[in-house]
Design a protein around this ligand. Structure first.
Ligand code: UD1
Length: 364
């Protein structure tokens, strides 16, 4: 059999890595197609190197653009390739524009689609990721879920139960298989940091960085927090652009405990998170990774599509109200907050193996 996997953005790469390994082990024919949605070295190539993912067989070079434009161009470029390659199955992961575009292109040609990380719902339709998730799940033939809430959401949306498989979390497969290697990273030394004496911050959601109001809110939080602890901030390209657009360079530059750096590769970032006192983020995947690492995480959003991370893990959702966020962060720093600190069911490093077995059983 032959599988074509579609990746496009940074969080896709760690999800496809364990699957590519498993397919190789099982002798399944596999081609990897990169849409080129993320193209900077720090957003793309570094991850292929760190995770030893085979180089993409094809790169569509779609680049930046609006959601509609990105999806349209990916579909247009993907169609002749899928016709030529004629895979039995197309795999898409996560919730980015490349995910939906890949699923729609395959479906149009009558090729079966598997969605890895299906069923997650924030119930916030202002998030493009939520639209991508819903639309991708609607047309997928195999829906692989990371947590039980995913199954429940899909069943409520009247997706045929026979298509839904609770398999665990491929992103955690990657984390567990790289944790030891990440411990050897010298990132703390390079940044002159001591273990547990800093916070890690990531930001890129439009609600936080695409409006002046949203960004100002975040800046107020950082001004307060950096009085107590160093904050390391690897800046996403979208965020960097908006720092310039809103002329925030001076304000950000004046915070002496805010350490601004370029986006990091996988191993350096994992090491940075693993040694943080707290992580502040608006990312989806980082909520899951901190849960497994047992590092307190404050999610800078009103909601999460990953409820298991606060029900069982170390994640906290406190809306985007700056006073609430500051209070929660200070409480965590003072050791006043207790977390359940449980590892969610099936986040055991074997999700890719389960997915491969299900696929093999179906196609053989
Ligand atoms: C995308 C995903 C988001 C995911 C995030 C992880 C969608 C809708 N969003 O958001 O779900 O959490 O990736 O990073 O698919 N840019 C660069 N260099 C790059 C990539 C992007 O400069 O390598 C710039 C683009 O020019 C654009 C901006 O960053 O202006 C945003 O890129 P885009 O791919 O649209 O979305 P992300 O914000 O990265």
């Amino acid at each position: 059999m032959k599988i074509a996997s579609i990746v496009g953005t940074r969080p896709n790469f760690m999800k496809i890595a364990p699957l590519a390994n498993q397919f190789k082990e099982f002798g399944i024919g596999h081609i990897l197609i990169h849409t080129g949605q993320h193209y900077d070295n720090e957003m793309s190539k570094l991850f292929f190197d760190d995770l030893e993912i085979p180089k993409p067989d094809i790169n569509l070079g779609v680049g930046s653009g609006t959601r509609e434009k990105q999806i349209e161009i990916i579909k247009h470029k993907l169609e002749p390739i899928l016709k030529e390659e004629d895979p039995d199955l197309v795999i898409v992961v996560g919730d980015v524009n490349s995910t939906l575009a890949g699923a729609e292109a395959a479906k149009k040609l009558g090729i079966k689609v598997a969605h890895v990380e299906a069923g997650l719902r924030s119930f916030d339709k202002d998030m493009v990721e939520e639209l991508n998730r819903i639309e991708t799940d609607k047309i997928s033939d195999f829906l692989f879920t990371t947590e039980k809430s995913g199954n429940e959401n899909l069943i409520k949306e009247k997706i045929d139960e026979e298509k839904i498989f609770f398999v665990g979390n491929v992103m955690i497969d990657t984390l567990l298989s790289h944790r030891e290697k990440a411990e050897k990273s010298d990132i703390l030394k390079r940044l002159n940091l001591n273990k547990k004496e800093y916070c890690t911050l990531t930001l890129h959601r439009p609600t936080n960085v695409d409006t002046k109001e949203g960004f100002d809110n975040i800046i107020d939080i950082l001004e307060k927090l950096q009085e107590k602890i160093k904050i390391v901030f690897p800046v996403h390209p979208r965020t960097r652009k908006n720092i310039e657009t809103f002329h925030l360079e001076k304000k950000i530059g004046s915070m002496k405990n805010l350490i601004i750096i370029e986006p990091l590769g996988y191993l350096d970032f994992l090491c940075l998170m693993d040694n943080s006192k707290i992580v502040l983020t608006d990312s989806g995947g980082i909520q899951e990774e901190t849960t497994v690492l047992g590092i307190p995480c404050i999610t800078l959003r009103k909601n999460t599509e990953r409820p298991v991370t606060f029900e069982e893990g170390t994640n906290t959702i406190v809306s985007t109200d700056k006073d609430k966020i500051i209070k929660k962060a200070l409480d965590i720093l003072d050791g006043k907050v207790k977390f359940k600190n449980k590892i969610p069911e099936l986040w055991d490093g074997k999700a890719a193996e389960r997915i491969s077995m299900i696929i093999l059983k179906h196609f053989n």
